[in-house]
Design a protein around this ligand. Structure first.
Ligand SMILES: Nc1ncnc2c1ncn2[C@@H]1O[C@H](COP(=O)(O)OP(=O)(O)OP(=O)(O)O)[C@@H](O)[C@H]1O
Length: 237
């Protein structure tokens, strides 16, 4: 099985360690949720994995190949796509062009097929294809951000706050799409403020508190015992 593995990952920001050597495994075809209170180190972990924060130590591997310390575009080429907090689309160009640009990472014969695949996953985007991405609603832009992350057929998708600022109806639309993405074989690492959404989608859950892992458990266990999750948020080293 292909895995994205973090071993002893440390991330330094502003001159101090904010992630203190964590271990985490994301399996292909599964959603792994990364939860924790504000400031726990979730986004810093994502930045460290994506190569967007370079002051890191420890190891990050994709199927055994080390990727820690690589520049973001090389991490992307290694098969790890990241969707960062907030909407990251090119607002001045069309929805279709956003998708075409994202697919440029693929060899040219595969590009149009990959764009068609993501449009099949999000048919709503097809009707908006010619609109400037900046004119889309927040939820539509988040859908496009997810679609662009998928357009280059990543093996792993790291999502920092899928539903931040979105209406519940929009979140309800994104949940089955993300489930379908995982079922297609992509390994998803999901940071999600709504723990209910995270527990619904995830197979496994890792909780961070103050830059350390305080709980690792199957999502099914936490669905049955949500109090374990609350306790893990509060644990300190
Ligand atoms: N640019 C920065 N420079 C220095 N320290 C930072 C920076 N951004 C965040 N931090 C610190 O890093 C620690 C972890 O923050 P991080 O944003 O990774 O947490 P988080 O779990 O993603 O929180 P949230 O849910 O609020 O986004 C916090 O103590 C925070 O103050």
């Amino acid at each position: 099985m292909t895995t994205l593995e973090l071993h002893g990952l440390r991330v330094r920001r502003g001159g101090r360690d904010v992630v203190h050597g964590i271990d985490l495994t994301v399996n292909e075809g599964e959603v792994t949720a990364l939860l924790g209170a504000n400031g726990a180190g979730k986004s810093s972990t994502v930045l460290g994995v994506a190569g967007l924060e370079r002051d890191t130590a420890g190891s990050v591997t994709v199927d055994g190949t080390p990727i820690r310390g690589l520049a973001p575009n090389r991490v992307r080429r290694a098969g790890v796509a990241t969707m960062q907090e907030g909407h990251r689309v090119f607002g001045d160009i069309s929805v279709a062009d956003n998708l075409r640009i994202a697919a440029l990472l693929l060899p040219s014969p595969a590009r149009s097929g990959a764009v068609e695949e993501v449009l099949a996953l999000f048919p709503e985007l097809e009707t908006l294809a010619d609109r400037p991405a900046g004119s889309l609603s927040g939820g539509q832009q988040q859908m496009l951000a997810l679609a662009t992350a998928l357009a280059a057929r990543p093996r792993f998708l790291v999502i920092d706050e899928m539903s931040l600022g979105l209406a519940p109806l929009v979140v309800a639309r994104l949940v089955p799409a993300l489930r379908q993405v995982a079922e297609s074989g992509v390994g998803v690492l999901l940071i999600e403020q709504f723990t209910q959404v995270a527990l619904e989608l995830a197979t496994r859950v890792t909780v961070l508190a103050q830059g350390l892992v305080t709980l690792e458990a199957p999502a099914s266990e936490l669905r049955a015992h949500p109090e374990r999750l609350t306790a893990a948020y509060r644990l300190t080293a």
